[in-house]
Unconditional design. Sequence first.
Length: 324
Amino acid sequence: MISPLTIGIPVKNEENTISSTLRALDNAIKYLDKRIPIETIVCLNGTTDNTQAIIESYKNRALCKRLNLSIVRSRAGKLLAERKIARVRKLHGFILYCDADTIIDKRAIKELYASVCKNDNLRVACAKVLPIFNKPLNNFQKIMKAYYEMRYLLPVRGCFHGRMFIVRDADDVLEQYDIAERIKRVPRNTVRKLYLDKGPICDDIVLSAAIVHKYGQHAIQRVHTAKVYFYPPANRYDFFLGVRRYTIEMQRINTLFPEFVSINNSKPFERPVKIVKWTMFRRKKHLAETLMEFEYFLSNIVKMYELETNNLELWETVESSKLH
């Protein structure tokens, strides 16, 4: 049986990248079986730039004919955009979500689609995320490059990465949770401090725990033959912003969903600080561990000086820089 495919793209101010993303998607679906029905839904969530006009210009192009492109809107928030896409889609099969600023390998969609077709127990299959560096590299980027080159020595994490992933058609795993009711159980000052009224924000952080909680660890798989590329932070400050956002979101999720705490703290989900496997590339190993230890240090700084002191005034504006 051939399952239809909905491609969902949450978009917020991506006028510089949305064109290349649509072209990459159009190229990638050429590697799929032509019998597979496809629709592509772009959800604008809080967009204030020229992104919509660019998408509209693509809708009638022969280039994107098979994409079957449509545009919807939601309130600001990536997770809200994904849920809107799931509600309005016309096809009911697999849903593939991808970021609008990610560079997509031409065979990535085919590999993800094949993975969920082969394994009925799989709920989510995510792409392998690889970095692209602008040259020449600065010292911080050299450290980060060493980390990605040594990452194959680390255990595969049990959570999935949100840059590109495919989900099996099923009820939204978060629908069973009444966020408003959960907020009532939390002290008001904590609700205000962590902006809990907005609910979960980072899709992969909350959905990974929710899927493992409902289906088990075997329900998530990273597909190494499906590759997407991104521009990593170019300096220590941008790196800090990413660590800060992750650390605060983990606190928010654990506060809203206390049943996820044991999952988020489990070994498959932990962020390592050491490489235990032997390698002849000792310098690269040292640089990779330096970055992991730096990440651990920054996370503790956020916990001690922001989460514990209620100093999160800038939390909503935290975003890593985009270099392309």
